[in-house]
Design a protein around this ligand. Structure first.
Ligand code: UDX
Length: 438
């Protein structure tokens, strides 16, 4: 099938590459000429494990093309995916100007039947708006479908190739048939393609992300309670997670969720609710708790250093909002850095992938170490903000030999508390009792 993907950001590039992988002929369109030039010459523009290999192969085999010309890009295409940014406006609602702008252009270009697919996360009612923006040019032979993505950064290729489910919002039988054919190779293991109306599909995406953000936030509050009551959140997590109705996943407490999706989507759903005069109280609370959770370690650090961080030096491991990505959007580490620096402390940071992005955003506010152990040089304590695998089994002798004091504040519960006690560390984490220096 010939497919066009408009927008070569994260979602667009993963979508285009993965559709090429199942034999489709894909053209990706972007207004950024520099990006298109890079992509056309075989240079991938995002970091996503496993994507580069597929990108190179499909481009070499002639199934993946890039252009800045929308008219050329949609020629002969049966399906046009819109994978465009929907940044939050000042009031938290999603800005649809990119999507509606392209819909308007499509209205001028369409000459034969095509399926236009909203892939971006968009508020309920957007499919109708896209439909109207195209139809106002007098075009009638097209369908607009909502097909939200459920890709996790770091495992996006796997999520795309083997989705838990595919959600397709359209009541047009013609569009349903085409979308079914397109996705059939991805659900061979028996996972469902769920057909529904456009609005339900649009809401499904927000509901999924908001539910997961709520699940994490619930555990973060349970963790706070565990510390106050003398319980261990790891035990409680296992205790509740083995109930199938709750499930084991997404129950790990930490220093809050970040990234490009959860914070934005929770906010957008709150905003959509307000627009229909509904106050989504749980989600307001989730946002509020999560904001505070990002600085969860701070009072512990302050208390340890007798409320005086002036002149103290910290090593910080982990800048990305989660492992296996270089994405630092809404990353808790940045909030911690701000707070430490504001309190008069200095910080040296290390992250396996996200250093360049952080340099671009905060420059010389912190020092950058080339290695995780070099980062510890002369620091009064180590703070861990992201659970990269390389931090999970560190060389504790190297840590002891480099840190000024054996003190670790761990926002991701990487180590066993008993072991840290035996190793002689002062070790504080999330929802578990502290290991203290004897
Ligand atoms: C998320 C959704 O999972 C995906 O389906 C959607 O399309 C985009 O948003 P992503 O933002 O890439 O994906 O990250 P995800 O792996 O879901 O983690 C989100 C955040 O939750 C991270 O900050 C992570 O650290 C945090 N998290 C996750 C926890 O704090 N505890 C957990 O148990 C799980």
């Amino acid at each position: 099938m010939k497919i066009t993907v408009v927008g070569t950001g994260y979602v667009g590039l993963v979508t285009g590459t993965c559709f090429a992988e199942t034999g489709n002929n894909v053209t990706c369109v972007d207004i950024d000429a520099n990006k298109v030039k890079k992509l056309s010459s075989g240079q991938i523009t995002i970091y996503e494990p496993g994507l580069e290999k597929l990108f190179e192969r499909n481009q070499k085999e002639g199934r993946l093309h890039f252009t800045t010309d929308l008219a050329e890009g949609i020629k002969d295409a049966r399906i046009i995916f819109l994978a465009l940014p929907t940044p939050p406006g000042e009031d938290g609602s999603a800005d649809l100007s990119y999507i509606l702008g392209v819909a308007d252009q499509l209205g001028k270009l369409l000459t034969d039947y095509k399926v236009i697919v909203d892939k971006s996360t968009v508020p309920v009612g957007t499919a109708d708006k896209v439909h109207a923006a195209i139809a106002k040019h007098g075009v009638t032979d097209f369908d607009v479908v909502s097909n939200p993505e459920f890709l996790r950064e770091g495992v996006a290729v796997e999520d795309f190739m083997k989705p838990d489910r595919v959600v397709i919002g359209t009541t047009s039988e013609r569009a349903q048939k085409i979308m079914n054919e397109l996705y059939a190779p991805f659900v061979r293991q028996g996972n469902p393609i769920l057909f529904m109306d456009e609005k339900s599909a649009e809401l499904t995406k927000y509901a999924a992300n908001s539910f997961l953000a709520t699940k994490i936030t619930f555990m973060n509050e349970i963790a706070i309670l565990c510390e106050k009551l003398g319980a261990d959140v790891d035990m409680v997590r296992r205790g509740i997670g083995s109930d199938d109705r709750i499930g084991k996943r997404f129950l790990f407490p930490g220093i809050g969720y970040g990234g490009s999706c959860f914070p934005k989507d929770v906010q957008a759903l709150v905003k959509s609710s307000e627009e229909v005069n509904y106050n989504f109280r749980i989600l307001n609370a989730v946002t509020d708790v999560n904001e505070k959770q990002k600085l969860f370690l701070l009072p512990k650090i302050e208390a340890y250093f007798s409320n005086n961080l002036k002149g103290k030096h910290f090593a910080l491991w982990g800048l990305a909002f989660k492992p296996n990505t270089d994405d630092i959007r809404e990353a808790p580490a940045l909030y911690i850095i701000d707070a430490l620096v504001a309190a008069g402390a200095t910080v040296t940071v290390f992250d396996p992938e996200a250093m360049e992005n952080v340099k671009r955003v905060i420059g010389d506010k912190v020092k950058y170490a080339d290695h995780q152990y070099e980062c510890l040089q002369g620091a009064n304590a180590l703070i861990i903000a992201t659970e990269w695998s390389v931090f999970r089994t560190p060389d504790f002798d190297a840590i002891t030999g480099t840190l000024q004091h054996k003190v670790i504040f761990d926002g991701r519960n990487l180590f066993d508390v008993k072991r840290m006690q035996e190793l002689g560390f002062h070790y504080e984490s999330v929802g578990r009792q502290a290991a203290t220096l004897q």
